[in-house]
Ligand binder design. Structure first.
Ligand code: PEP
Ligand code: MN
Length: 361
């Protein structure tokens, strides 16, 4: 076959492609019109009988060279994408999505920017145990130019016989320390009934991994005008995590930040598996600040520094680390909290790496 002949045939193929393109789009527009009409009448859009009739008609008129099965397969594909087209149109644009709001959400609390230009460190003991214990950590924060102090007052423990937290007394300690040292305080709330109360004591309400899909708690968090730090569930997919955040925004509260804290996998070398790719993914998909908890994800002191660096390197807005004046006698997470000197070494290394800068006002 001469080259001219091939070129001429290719030209015809191109023309037919363009005709097909026009035809399938015209077909899609008609299917959409039918779909809208059906919706008005409250009829289901998917009609298997109608599909069967269309396929029969096509096969009846099929003169080849495609065989009947290929024709069925091709047209089933066209039917399927036409139905999906309508679903796509209906898919809600989530309030948390970049599509809805392209610019980053920045949450300002007592002069600290969560999700702002500079990433931050959130640090403090696993549990609030006493005023003196939290005070020691707070004093070190001030020395090191840190502004955000965490500490659990309500502890969702695996065993009901383990320390459950000081409750309101713990919140009172955080309030006092926050005021005395001008620190932003974060603490977990586990009951929808305590959300409103918590706004009087702490600056950021944490919703923990075990409660990521506690929808009543999420809705209660959505009804206050107070920053919320939502942690990823133990086995939650990114999609489930995003929808959990959407619950809060859908009730009106836009001050939401996310925290990747490791997920359950078969790996036993670490407490959980830190899903580092969740950070850039969540930054792409949502406009919310994203943090990495290196303590609960790794459960290992020796991995805190490298994973913190990794978190900053992939664009996290901050890293969470647990630090305790005397971890050996801590009432929770004794194994993985670091001492204040160990914590300061991590801070020094992070400063040296250039990935993190001090937050002092
Ligand atoms: C915590 O941060 O105190 C905590 C319990 O973490 P998580 O909910 O991620 O397990
Ligand atoms: Mn802990």
């Amino acid at each position: 076959m001469s080259q001219e002949k091939i070129d001429a045939l290719r030209k015809q193929v191109d023309e037919i492609n363009l005709q097909l393109l026009q035809l399938i789009n015209r077909r899609a527009a008609l299917v959409q019109e039918i779909g809208n009409e059906k919706e008005k009448q409250g009829i289901n859009r998917f009609d298997p009988e109608r599909e069967r009739e269309m396929l029969n008609l096509l096969v009846e008129h099929n003169e080849g060279p495609f065989n009947d099965n290929t024709i069925r397969h091709l047209f089933k594909q066209i039917f399927k994408v036409s139905l999906e087209l309508q679903d796509d149109e209906k898919k809600r644009v989530l309030l948390v999505s970049r599509q809805k709001k392209s610019e980053d959400t920045v949450i300002q609390v007592k002069g600290v920017e969560f999700g702002g230009k500079a990433p931050i460190l959130i640090a403090g003991p696993c549990s609030v145990e006493s005023y003196e214990q939290v005070k020691e950590v707070a004093e070190n924060h001030v020395k090191r130019g840190l502004r955000v102090l965490r500490g659990g007052a309500y502890k969702p423990r695996t065993s009901p016989y383990d320390f459950q937290g000081l409750g309101v007394e713990g919140l009172e300690i955080l309030k006092r320390i926050g005021d005395e040292y001008n620190l932003v305080t974060i603490s977990e709330i586990v009951s929808p009934n305590d959300i409103e109360l918590a706004t009087q004591y702490i600056d950021v309400i944490q919703i923990g991994a075990r409660n990521m899909q506690n929808f009543e708690l999420l809705k209660a968090a959505g009804r206050v005008n107070h920053p919320i730090l939502l942690k990823r569930g133990l086995s939650a997919t990114i999609e489930e995590f995003i929808y959990a955040a959407e619950y809060i925004l859908s009730e009106g509260n836009t001050q939401v930040m996310l925290c990747e804290r490791g997920i359950r996998t078969y790996e036993k070398a670490t407490r959980n598996t830190l899903d580092i790719s969740a950070v850039p993914l969540l930054k792409q998909e949502t406009h919310l600040p994203v943090f990495v908890d290196v303590t609960h994800s790794t459960g290992r002191r020796d991995l805190l520094l490298p994973t913190a660096k990794a978190g900053f390197a992939v664009g996290a807005d901050g890293v969470m680390i647990e630090v305790h004046p005397d971890p050996d006698v801590a009432l929770s997470d004794a194994k993985q909290q670091v001492t204040i000197p160990q914590f300061n070494e991590i801070v020094d290394e992070l400063l040296k790496s250039g990935l993190y800068k001090t937050e002092a006002l």
